[in-house]
Design a binder for this molecule. Structure first.
Ligand SMILES: Cc1ncc(C[n+]2csc(CCOP(=O)(O)OP(=O)(O)O)c2C)c(N)n1
Length: 204
């Protein structure tokens, strides 16, 4: 993609956007049965609310597993584009995954982090990104060269378009506001797993 589109905003200059809106924008672009893994926290709520595609997986219980799960899907199905949507708190709990993704460098994987600076779902306790921690700098340090802060919605759209077309791995970070999610995921883990496996065409 043109270098100016990949150019990252700084965390401080990045516009505060809305996670529900950003989820919807991403899901609306999906026309090739791309897999999307929503992390624990409000991320999977907004993924659910943006349309219950069978290729969506909603992580109900474990922090930081959106990236490892999406990474596994990307390795198992290299023809399919895969997105991991994760919150900052959860990503911080499983940072080593970024280095693992960089090492294997799956071309079909994109990580999108919604950084609201808090563990919103458990009461908005501040995460490290409320202080000095910059997740794009961390991703670059882990070896993910194609990492950027989305400056605003238009830039976010271009970054997602790039992740749908060009070779990854990608790391797209967006600063998000304190609005509640647009819905609540049905809490039936077996159903979620079964539907996802069907969506990926791997059900027995
Ligand atoms: C190991 C572990 N510690 C704590 C929790 C409780 N917990 C669930 S979600 C969450 C916060 C998630 O924060 P973030 O990923 O930033 O998402 P947000 O809620 O801000 O959307 C916490 C602390 C947990 N599920 N697992």
């Amino acid at each position: 993609m043109p270098a100016n589109e990949m150019k990252s905003a700084s965390r401080d200059s990045a516009k505060l956007m809305n996670r529900s809106d950003l989820c919807r924008r991403l899901v609306e672009k999906l026309v090739h049965e791309e897999a999307v893994v929503g992390g624990i926290g409000h991320t999977h709520f907004d993924l659910w609310a943006s349309g219950q595609r069978p290729q969506n997986f909603y992580m109900l219980g474990s922090m930081g597993l959106a990236v490892p799960i999406a990474f596994g899907v990307a390795l198992a199905q290299p023809q399919r584009r895969v997105f991991a949507l994760e919150g900052d708190g959860s990503l911080l709990m499983q940072l080593g995954a970024l280095g693992t993704v960089a090492m294997h460098a799956p071309k079909n994987l994109a990580i999108v982090v919604f950084d609201n600076g808090v563990y919103q779902i458990t009461g908005s306790q501040p995460t490290l990104t409320s202080y000095r921690t910059d997740l794009v700098a961390m991703a670059k340090g882990a070896g993910l060269a194609q990492s950027a802060w989305a400056a605003d919605e238009a830039h976010y759209d271009r970054l997602v378009d790039a992740a749908l077309k060009a070779e990854g791995p990608w790391f797209i970070a967006a600063r998000t506001d304190a609005q509640p999610p647009a819905g609540v995921t049905e809490r039936d883990a077996a159903k979620i797993r079964g539907r996802f496996m069907q969506g990926l065409g791997v059900s027995r």
